[in-house]
Design a protein around this ligand. Sequence first.
Ligand SMILES: [Mg+2]
Length: 260
Amino acid sequence: MKKKELILFDFDGVIIDGMNEYWHSSLLACKYYLNSKDICSNINTNLKISNVFISLRPWIKYGWEMVIITHEIIKKNNPLTDKNKNSFVANYENNCAKIIKKNSWDSKNLQKSLDRARELQISDNFDQWISLHKPFIEVVKFIKDAEKNGFQIGIITTKGKLFTQKILENIDINPDYLYGYESGSKTEIIANLINDYKIIGFLEDRLKTLLNVVNNSQTSTLPCYLADWGYLKENDRNNLPKTIKLLKLNDLNNRLANFA
Ligand SMILES: [Mg+2]
């Protein structure tokens, strides 16, 4: 039997620009759940989004890293600033690990603090929380057109599944598959899907994630696309391997014609 055709999407930076929400929810997590002596307890949760936070977003893989970065930006002494951010990202993973160790945190609890900050907003003021997310309308249209053309849609994100679902409902997208951080690594999820579907594309804005996919023997033949409109590092677009194509927002519709 012919396998059904499936298109896979990352969520943050591909379907949605949630930058304002990442910052706001991380501030709330710091204020209510972090219990850090390095930050004031009366954090202004309406604080304007930090440019340092925006410029570090391309390095972030999991939500809990946003909480750490926000903590470093707003803390009292030696905060993370425009001046020292380059040395921070030069050793990004080690620096995150050091902060966790110094504060005796763990990534699971940090993630929980972010999830709780989101739950709080959903129960207190859902409309305001939703309004912090800006969908990429071209991508939303692309997904709807793809569905009409008989393609199955899968979304694989490192966000919590429940939160992703609420945002997707709001933009009227109902994917055939939705995997959150609870489901394991993206490469593992894709390796499982490959058995049952003909996957015709994976759109993702984190180059490292795409490299993991193309370097894994089970998923190496997957057509991978780096979303040019997402949270990319300055050099991500240069020297891409042949197996990863840079996809521009304006080229999305042509791409669907090529798929079909
Ligand atoms: Mg992303």
